[in-house]
Design a protein around this ligand. Structure first.
Ligand code: HEM
Length: 121
């Protein structure tokens, strides 16, 4: 059977390490850090690792909330989304994930953009 993006990323431990690096970068970035001030980051890291794993085709159950309801009311705009996506891309690069696999992750995550970003009015 062909391997999945989850396998190509190195599975559970590798994705967990990327997610830790990702949130280290997010909370060091004043553009977006304030969103996470009152968030239980241990739970957040665990849910994000599950989410990315399942989106990448891994045998992992995501136990958090739906993207639209979780981010509802935060007022996240495209700039915020792009900042977060860039931190994920940089975290993947930090762990030497190659261009093809980085692009595949970012594309999968971008499919949730419209659920996360507040609609312009
Ligand atoms: C780039 C795409 C994004 C993905 C895949 C994503 C994914 C997630 C996931 C899986 C959770 C956990 C939900 C739960 O525990 O039930 C979450 C929560 C959260 N996200 Fe995102 N997110 C994204 C973008 C953003 C952006 C751009 C921001 C703000 C700048 C943001 C802020 C938050 C906050 C503050 C929480 C915590 C909610 C809470 O526990 O009260 N997210 N996100």
């Amino acid at each position: 059977m062909a391997d999945t993006l989850y396998d190509r990323l190195g599975g559970e431990d590798a994705i967990g390490a990327v997610v830790d690096e990702f949130y280290d970068r997010v909370i060091a970035d004043e553009q977006v850090a304030h969103y996470f001030e009152d968030v239980d980051m241990q739970r957040q890291r665990a849910h994000q690792a599950q989410f990315i794993s399942s989106v990448a085709g891994g045998p992992v159950e995501y136990t958090g909330g739906e993207m639209e309801s979780v981010h509802d009311g935060m007022g996240i705009d495209h700039d915020d989304f792009n900042a977060i996506a860039t931190h994920l891309d940089d975290a993947l690069a930090e762990f030497d994930v190659d261009d093809n696999n980085r692009e595949a992750v970012l594309k999968a995550i971008d499919s949730y953009r419209n659920a996360i970003v507040v609609a312009a009015d």
